[in-house]
Design a binder for this molecule. Structure first.
Ligand SMILES: Nc1ncnc2c1ncn2[C@@H]1O[C@H](COP(=O)(O)OS(=O)(=O)O)[C@@H](OP(=O)(O)O)[C@H]1O
Length: 475
């Protein structure tokens, strides 16, 4: 039996009960995860495999659901929680921001609006902003200033001008920060079809991880690729500066480099450079995400004629090379990914600690917005509202790009039970921490966030033999 129990606490570590200590010694998960007002404890009792089941979302107001218990199962029982929706900052006390960034050719001047996230309506909108009536007809004001900008510093000056009436968006307006393998390509295409949006080309320029110098490279992969673009190249060639300006800033330029979230070293410099940006994050159940990532990388590596820079970036990835040569298993290599990386929640916290306002951030759950039906629709509408795009416009449905699972192990990936339990032992507590943090920041209820992930873990555990588990990737 595996179960999760939550107890009200003042967010302090508590001594484990004898049962919890025993469970911990058994090697699965028994930790206290903390959140604003709720602590979660995961226990695992003696029999394996267990069942993981998410309790229902807390009923009534504000996360005060009672324990949901099903025989032999994980129980997620939420207790009283203080939700701080739209709190002024959400980032709490700053933790270290992971290395500062040196931005060539820019100063650290921050324009007005740098701290407010402009969460309402269109991209340039705070209720108190002033509008220039002389520019109501269109191409003057910011748009004209933006059209002449080849640097971020110039853009900051342009954004200090009052926007004309239809200048709804800043330039650039938004970044999809990650995570890889969380349907970011489909999201990019979905937004590309929206008449008020202006998608980058390519989808993933990785400009900030490749072209900003930092004391330590923001990511190994970014460093290996090197930088071959100036700020002007990025603004003109990738983000379509001239189209955005010609539209009178009535279109929202965005790009979707999936490695940004995992490179929080870029967060402080990016905030100094383009402090108005809106940031979108998509997150998927972490084991599925890791397997999908490995499967994709292995496929590229095995492909004749793969890009040499791509190979250079993977040079040190021994497990990937062994996986391609059939000398390592998917379980081992997924485990390596999960062990090596920052958890989702730690990455998010570092971005917020770098000064990004909670209201500049939008966190989406892959399993929700890719599901069929009204919840997916609502999640996509929320995204459009967050970006200031008219929710009634654009495609009705999310497209499906970059699908691999329908032809690569659609029946699921065989991995050893030992590896699966080791993966779970890492990702379960991280996921609970994440869910609690998202609830604290006002994005969602923790139990609702965890439900689809816990359901996936339960299904996999239920199907394990004593030796192996079949992991069907979440969708
Ligand atoms: N509409 C829709 N519904 C369900 N799932 C979807 C959808 N669109 C994309 N996907 C799945 O997302 C995975 C690819 O994610 P990304 O595009 O972010 O990958 S990448 O990092 O840009 O390479 C990839 O997951 P796997 O197939 O499991 O690898 C896609 O199948």
């Amino acid at each position: 039996m595996v179960y999760l129990a939550a107890a009200k606490s003042a967010c302090v570590a508590r001594p484990l009960s004898a049962a919890a200590r025993a469970a911990q010694q058994m090697g699965l998960i028994a930790r206290i995860a903390r959140c604003g007002g709720t602590s979660w404890m995961l226990n695992r009792a003696a029999t394996q495999p267990g069942v993981v089941s998410a309790g229902p979302p807390p009923s009534g107001s504000n996360g005060s659901g009672s324990a949901s218990k099903s025989g032999g199962s994980i129980i997620i029982a939420n207790t009283t929680t203080t939700t701080t929706a739209n709190s002024s900052n959400g980032s709490g006390s700053a933790s270290k921001s992971g290395g500062s960034i040196i931005i060539a050719n820019t100063t650290t001047t921050t324009t007005a609006n740098s701290s407010n996230g402009r969460s309402s309506g269109g991209g340039s909108g705070g209720a108190s902003r002033s509008r220039s009536t002389s520019n109501e007809s269109g191409k003057g004001g910011r748009a004209a200033a933006v059209a002449a900008c080849d640097t971020f510093e110039c853009l900051r000056k342009a954004h200090a001008l009052p926007p004309a009436q239809q200048e709804r968006f800043n330039f650039p307006h938004a970044l999809i920060l990650g995570y890889p393998k969380c349907a970011t390509t489909s999201l990019w295409h979905y937004l590309d079809q929206h008449p008020q949006a202006l998608a980058s080309h390519p989808k993933e320029p990785h400009y900030f991880t490749r072209c900003y110098s930092t004391p330590t490279p923001p990511s190994r992969q970014g460093a290996a690729w090197g930088c071959d673009q100036t700020q002007g190249d990025y603004l003109r060639g990738v983000l379509h500066r001239d189209k955005a300006a010609a539209s009178g800033l009535s279109r929202a330029a965005f790009e979707a480099s999936t490695g940004y979230l995992e490179a929080p070293a870029i967060a402080p410099g990016l905030r100094r450079a383009l402090p108005w940006l809106k940031l979108v994050v998509s997150l998927r159940e972490p084991i599925s995400q890791a397997i999908s990532l490995r499967a994709h990388a292995a496929e590229i590596m095995a492909r004749p004629g793969a890009h040499p820079k791509w190979f250079a970036a993977q040079e040190g990835d021994v497990c990937l090379r062994r996986l391609v040569a059939d000398r390592a298993t998917m379980g081992e290599c997924a485990l390596e990914v999960v062990r090596a990386r920052e958890s989702y929640v730690d990455s998010l916290r570092q971005w917020l600690a770098a000064g990004w306002d909670r209201r500049q951030l939008h966190v989406m759950q892959y399993e929700t917005f890719t599901s069929a039906g009204p919840r997916a629709r609502a999640a996509l509408d929320d995204l459009k509202r967050f970006l200031g795009l008219d929710p009634s416009l654009g495609p009705a449905q999310l497209p499906a790009f970059n699908m691999r699972r329908d032809h690569v192990h659609p029946e699921g990936w065989q991995i050893s039970k030992r590896d699966y339990l080791a993966l779970l032992a890492i990702v379960q507590p991280q996921s609970i921490k994440l869910a609690n943090e998202l609830e604290r920041l006002g994005f969602c209820r923790a139990a609702e966030w965890l439900a689809p992930w816990a359901a996936a873990w339960r299904r996999t555990l239920e199907g394990c033999t004593p030796a192996n588990c079949t992991v069907v990737l979440t969708r």
